[in-house]
Design a protein around this ligand. Sequence first.
Ligand code: ATP
Length: 294
Amino acid sequence: MDLILEVKNLYKYYPGVKAVDDVSFDIPRGTCFGLLGPNGAGKTTTIEVIEGIQKPDRGTILYKGKPRDQHFKQEVGIQLQHTELQQYLTVKEILLTFRNLYARRATMNELVSLCYLEEILDRDNRKISGGQKQRLLLAIALANDPELLFLDEPTTGLDPQARRHVWDIVKSIKKKGKTIILTTHYMEEAQTLCDIVAIMDRGKIIAMDSPINLLNQHCRGVTITLPSEVDENILRQMSCDWYKVNHTIEIHTEQPHNCLRILIDNDIDITGMVVRSQNLEDLFLKLTGTQLRA
Ligand code: ATP
């Protein structure tokens, strides 16, 4: 297999925190690899170590089969979680500035059309919307026509339309054969964009595969959502996982008929009940639990 990145036994400790604790994975060229996990799981630290922004305590990182060298910085694109841009420059001036940092460059036309920037090219970069700023940051990350693109929570804080615009851009980048490493808290985003997802928790990868294989392995049942709370003694009779989510109850079960029988036998009002097949969000909750994290 043509692997663009190999990460072996990576460790990064902060005082009192095992942020990255023996993480290994391979990324085949041309795939979108998603790193998921609760707050504080170690996603950003992992990708910052791979990007070269932070030094690992231990571990090996190979890019195209070799240790990273000066080519790595020229050939990768990075969209950080937070970026401050130079004041008073227009969107066009920002793009030109970043393009000039590299020997290898995407054309301005490519960047502008791929990231839908035509209408804001002459606007001061401080006077653009959140969605437009994310698209500009994506264009900056693409300025050197990278082979490997890092996107750290590219749609956090965006409205649903702006998020879908970013997804369209990521899909177009994938079609060009580029490799993408993406961190996200949006399970729908991971399911839509990623070929492989790794779920991290407390510095370790606890599951890794294609979304469909992960669901087949871990979530073969259905999710029943009840619009109001139910006595916990009744829920315990079902012998399955259940969660309180925003004043509703989510029941994860491979035996929906058994759960329904218990609800009806206990005279629970099932008006408004929803039954659906399980998705990546259900898997995420199942593997990482619902406790609040750092
Ligand atoms: P989020 O989804 O909230 O961005 P994350 O999965 O990206 O979280 P990291 O930011 O990598 O997680 O943090 C992993 C752990 O390391 C956390 O417990 C965090 O508090 C800790 N940490 C991160 N950066 C530092 C630092 N510079 N010094 C000390 N601890 C840190």
